[in-house]
Ligand binder design. Structure first.
Ligand code: E4P
Length: 215
């Protein structure tokens, strides 16, 4: 399973990229708003840092406007993936953009049927939102399992991005279920690095080394 960073913060993206584990980046309007900077500039900077799919989301709700926005975003860099919300208008826009060989990440997906439609319309990626389902007492990871199985039944090529990831367990569960990608916040990435036994192990090795280093 590949790991994308779910962030629009350049410092976080640099740090995550330096770890050598990040294959792409996803942004959304809320993440961009947190940065308080020009959208296009942020997307350009991310594209210059990470050589992989960079999702940038459209704001329009009407399909022809989504297509125009998507074309503008795609022109920023060849790695740009246009993020489009899962609506009827979004499906129409996906069909048009896919025909132009512009990759779409269909976002805000909360059911297996929505994922089936996204794939049929030509989306390159689909983003089931695990955490937001968990928040309302539904099993977000069960949706990832359903989509992976559904796509597998028909060899659909759309890649499954486990999104709205809230903690490390979500990441390992998504990997065990066969999700293609998990897009993770920086905080979760750093939580994944840590284990108390690793820290204790280092401490003990160094303490033992102190006893013999001058012998
Ligand atoms: C995915 O592409 C979204 O940007 C993101 O995962 C949403 O996560 P949230 O539910 O924590 O806002």
């Amino acid at each position: 399973m590949l790991l994308f960073l779910d962030s629009a913060n350049i410092e976080e993206i640099k740090q995550a990229h330096d770890l050598g584990v990040i294959s792409g980046v996803t942004t959304n309007p809320s993440l961009i708003a947190q940065e308080g900077r020009n959208f296009e500039q942020v997307v350009r900077e991310i594209s210059s840092l990470v050589d992989g799919p960079i999702s940038a989301e459209v704001i329009s709700l009407n399909s022809s406007e989504m297509v125009k926005e998507g074309q503008t975003l795609a022109a920023i860099h060849p790695n740009i993936v246009v993020k489009i919300p899962m609506t009827a208008e979004g499906l129409k826009a996906t069909k048009v953009l896919a025909k132009e060989s512009i990759k779409v990440n269909m976002t805000l997906v909360f059911s297996a049927n929505q994922a089936l439609l996204a794939s049929r319309a030509g989306a390159a990626f689909v983003s089931p939102f695990v955490g937001r389902l968990d928040d309302i007492d539904h099993n977000g990871m069960a949706l990832v399992e359903e989509i992976v199985s559904l796509y597998g039944n028909y060899q659909l090529e759309t890649k499954v991005i486990a999104a709205s990831i809230r903690h490390p367990l979500h990441v390992s569960q998504a990997a065990l279920l066969g999700a293609d990608i998990a897009t993770i916040p920086f905080k979760v990435l750093m939580q994944m690095v840590k284990h108390p036994l690793t820290d204790m192990g280092i401490e003990r090795f160094l303490a033992d080394w102190e006893k013999v280093k001058n012998k």
